[in-house]
Design a binder for this molecule. Structure first.
Ligand SMILES: O=C(O)CCC(=O)C(=O)O
Ligand SMILES: [Fe+2]
Length: 479
């Protein structure tokens, strides 16, 4: 970047500090985020609700109900319930909640310990309470995903965030606190914690999150209690598990929080082949495909079914191939894959080049070529070698005439195709549909009288293997 002329701002220590922080690494500036959401206690008139529901969702939230199982079974349900913001008449219920909570332990040396000099707090497990607060509805989970998973967002594998309710915590005055600690990840997928502070009056109790010499403080005592003429609000903060954090002493009142564990999970657009709750047997084409592949007379010797994917995938771009299948399949492609897999059938993804009429033809008709693997190659071919190179690509050659691509790129033993016979003849496949979306697969220069630039396009297909005598023996694998 060309150097800018010196200016007052550029010379300022703060600007220099900011530049250094940004240059270091993004993790140093994106380790925590938070916000405040006002609670609306009076609904707008019905017309405004009809037209303004979107705004209602994202910029404010409705009062929050909290219900719990009281220690004393004789307590009525209405006495074990609090609506936030707290009505003065519900104070007694808050005191009951405080009594019903248990001392909060914490992990030290692999054990759960209770030590008030380190953590003075009370807790309730989520099996004993429920609340109407939903961090997904308010967009908090999406905001956290966007702010705290930036490196993953920009990679091929965009991830989603799952927020799992972990505890209801209470830090009360005069000396509730939690000294500096890091949270124990509950699984390798856990990357952070979300804390949601319910609107009660308290003093002190700021949460400080620290990472690589930087600190962010979330002081919620006056922000959310509805005093000082402020609107009662829900305050929240999210941060990475490996960030040290601390809750300073609560000097007065009750600081009541919902805590969530944050997990990085497969999200929308990545669920193909990975979503166990999708019941393939209830998909519209399941019965037809099931009956087709179970037609033992038709599949005496087994065979192949070909399905051309209808959506666009970056299947010719090597850097993106690993992320292609089956995770990112969409729409009909995803559903077809789910059906084939649930029937226990082997599915391979292969590019088919459809327009090689000048090289291979079948009584004058262009004969498409089923490619061996999803590998993008630069084919630096001479005219005479063109057929050979395509033959290598399709797996027609016993031994490829060139070893510059897949042999050299795939570690030995990893190539399943090699063991099972790689070559698929276009005519051996029972094609279900026409070409889907096609992408340039290879470009070469053909020369004779006049040189010309030729580009061949490929479509990504699923080649489904039906065993001899149909899928009878794998029928038990369907859901
Ligand atoms: O309540 C908070 O602000 C954070 C709680 C916390 O650090 C924890 O529960 O581990
Ligand atoms: Fe913590």
């Amino acid at each position: 970047m060309p150097a800018a002329p010196p200016s007052k701002i550029a010379e300022s220590p703060l600007f220099k500090e900011l530049r250094e922080a940004v240059a270091k690494e993004t993790a140093a500036i994106t380790f925590a985020c938070g916000g405040t959401i006002p609670i609306v206690t009076t609904l707008p008139d019905s017309d405004a609700v009809a037209t303004g529901s979107e705004e209602l969702c994202s910029t404010s939230c409705l009062p929050v109900d909290l219900r719990w199982d009281p220690n004393d079974a004789c307590v009525e349900a209405r006495q074990a319930k609090i609506t936030f913001p707290l009505e003065p008449s519900s104070r007694g219920n808050l005191e009951r909640l405080v009594q019903d909570m248990a001392p909060a332990t914490f992990g030290r040396g692999g054990k759960d310990v209770y030590d008030e000099s380190y953590r003075k707090a009370a807790k309730m497990d989520p099996t004993r309470f429920s609340s109407t607060f939903n961090p997904y509805e308010l967009g908090i989970v999406d905001a956290v995903a966007q702010a705290l998973l930036p490196s993953l967002r920009h990679s091929e594998q965009a991830r989603a965030v799952k927020a799992e309710l972990y505890k209801l915590n209470l830090y009360s005055g005069p000396s509730g606190k939690f000294k500096a600690h890091m949270d124990t990840p509950r699984s390798p997928a856990q990357f952070g914690s979300l804390v949601v502070c319910l609107p009660l009056q308290f003093k002190g109790g700021a949460l400080e999150v620290r990472h690589k010499g930087k600190a962010v403080t979330f002081g919620w005592s006056t922000a959310n209690n509805g005093n000082d003429g402020k609107t009662p609000s829900i305050c929240w903060a999210a941060f990475y598990s490996d960030c040290e954090h601390e809750i300073f002493e609560v000097t007065e009142g009750h600081r009541l929080t919902l805590t969530y564990n944050l997990y990085s999970v497969r999200g929308n657009g990545q669920l193909g082949g990975n979503f166990p709750w999708l019941d393939s047997t209830q998909l519209p084409l399941y019965k037809t495909i099931h009956d087709l592949v179970h037609d033992t007379a038709g599949w005496e010797k087994g065979g192949l079914i070909g399905y051309n994917c209808s959506h666009v995938y970056p299947h010719t771009n090597k850097s993106k191939l690993n992320f292609l299948v089956p995770d990112n399949l969409k729409g009909a492609d995803m559903l077809m894959f789910e059906i084939f897999k649930s029937l226990g059938l082997k599915v391979r993804f292969r590019p088919v080049v459809s327009d090689l009429g000048n090289i291979w033809s079948d009584e004058g008709n262009p004969l498409p070529l089923v490619g061996l693997g999803l590998k993008w190659q630069v084919w630096d071919m001479f005219e005479n070698h063109l057929t050979e190179v395509f033959d290598d690509w399709a797996g027609r050659n016993e031994k490829p005439t060139t070893n510059r691509w897949w042999l050299s790129e795939r570690p030995e033993g990893e190539d399943e195709e090699e063991k099972e016979g790689r070559y698929v003849d276009f005519h051996d496949v029972h094609w279900l549909n026409d070409w889907g979306h096609q992408e340039p697969q290879v470009t070469w220069i053909a020369y004779g009288n006049e040189a010309s630039n030729v580009t061949s396009y490929s479509c990504i297909t699923m080649i489904v293997e039906v065993p001899a005598s149909g899928a009878q023996e794998v029928a038990g694998t369907s859901k």
